[in-house]
Design a protein around this ligand. Sequence first.
Ligand code: ADP
Length: 444
Amino acid sequence: MTLIAIIVFAVVLGTGAFATWQVVENRLAADLVNSAAEAAGKTVQDIERGSADDVVLPVTRINRIQVVANDGRVVAASPAMKGKPPITRMLPPPGGTRVDGTPCVSFSASERTCYVAVGLRADHTVHGDVMVYAATPEPQSLRSNFLEITLALFSSALLALLGWGTWHLAGRTLAPVERIRAEMAEITASDLSRRMPVSDSEDEMAQLTGTINATLERLERAVENQRRFASDASHELRTPLTGLRTKLELAISDPGAEDPLATMRSVLADAERLQVLIEDLLLLARLDAGVRGPPELVDLAELVTSEVENHQARHEVLLKLDPGVMVRGSRLQLGRLLANLLANADRHAVSEVRVQVGSLRGEAVMEITDDGLGIPAGERERVFQRFTRLDSARSRDAGGTGLGLPIARDIAMAHRGRLYAADSTTGRGARFVLHLPLSTAFRP
Ligand code: ADP
């Protein structure tokens, strides 16, 4: 298909070249005829003025002039035509004074020349009634179409060759891309752990396969994370559900064995735990999908105050809040972030929780610290992974889902901020630090 297109293109261009050359030639022929007419006209003026001398060549491109009497004698001529028979005997049509033509003459046996000629009638001159012919040898190119045809064929052939070469080269250049495409199609359809072979060269193809491999790596990790998350989530849901079912089965099979109110309370606790878990999972899914609340200006100090008021804390909460630290974002989500950190701090504190709000280098900074056991330095990143519980039995009993910190970090990141666990400034307890862009620097 492509080859046919190349050939058609080449033929069209060849025809174009042919037509262009013809236009050029027609123009050349017209120029020669005009010059001949001009030269003949000047000579007619000369002989009408009475000059019977040899013809003086006027300043034109024409170098052959003959004055031919009615009987065919050449009565005057330019130097090159002296002593030669008339170039032509063509005559103007009846009533006309000018005749154009391309006569051919043989002045010798071996030589035959064609001319671009113009003849003008001049009556009653010193030579009597005469015809003045001005002529120039016809250029070879005007005589045949050989040049046009050669040019057309040559340009067609050259273009076809050029097209074929480009097509061939493009095919060879794109072959590795096609190989990569086929391999990618196979990998995505079958096994994400497979990688593309990377050549030793440092060309673009090697860079492309390197980038594709890195993308596959990330994709595989994301799929693996999703898989693990789904399995962890099912496991987390199954535990309270199994407990709930066992308690109900026991109560039905042996109604007198347990206090019905105690059973109902225990079942309700399981149901509540299930509800908390499902709500957390839903929130995470929404954060993963990039669902945000409507953005609004949030005063961090004011947000902390209202969260602390609504939060039933076991321990004293000490506040050190700079006023006017404004951030832009979802008040609901930022409130949830704060509530998670406050609940954790309160759960792990021995006697007090501290919350501090301020700003530093264009960022809002909030710190939540407690005086509990703290988090070992080596575990401070792991606690942000989903379903991670360092003190599993304790936090499970206390209703922890292992999703509080991952949710808090996802919210921070959705607000272009960062949340991390840092060294405690007092040497004991946990310290969580949140950075958010100040509302003036925030560009959603
Ligand atoms: P959970 O629902 O278990 O609290 P989180 O994601 O909120 O889940 O926390 C993950 C784990 O991080 C907790 O189980 C706990 O072991 C640890 N952790 C969180 N906050 C604190 C804290 N203030 N002090 C000590 N450990 C903490």
